[in-house]
Design a protein around this ligand. Sequence first.
Ligand SMILES: [Zn+2]
Length: 194
Amino acid sequence: MKSLLIALVVTSASCAHSYFGVTNQGATTRLCNAPELVAIGNDVPAAYHKAIVNSFKYWNEAIGKQVFFDAGKVNFNAYSDDAAGFVIVGVLNKEADEETVRPGHNKAVTFFKYRKDDGCIAQVKVLINPKTFGNDLDKFETTVRHEFGHVLGFQHSAVFTDLMFDAPSSESTTQNPRDASDDEVQAVRELYKH
Ligand SMILES: [Zn+2]
């Protein structure tokens, strides 16, 4: 049954392009244990909390089931050992992550730990850089929705109108915050239907 699911995902995505990263032994990348707890680290300014919660609730609604569970604010940050076991949202510490953040892509970055045996996503850090958004909470929410797309298993899309297009927040948008495309919603529903 498992191999059938993987085949279906690959087939449905191949008409346009491949949406999901494939890791070791052909396993499709997705969160190991949904619903996953999402925690907001104590370094995230309060003004951004609502947009973060809205972002993962957006994906719950798009998928049609609860993939993310709101754990609220926690008393540590994404760089703490206590962050294990959570999808945690924290503030990018540029010094700690200087080597991994690409020039011009300093708005947000997502880091993963994969489970060794089957390659599913075991642990995630979403790191944001609030200073780069100022008061534009719509742009911020678009970026966080995009990062939570990565959390779900999406890699970047080559389609300009996709939410997973690289650096969506740097373009002008006609719709704020931006929604996932129908193809993306269909692909993620397929991935999380079991
Ligand atoms: Zn991205």
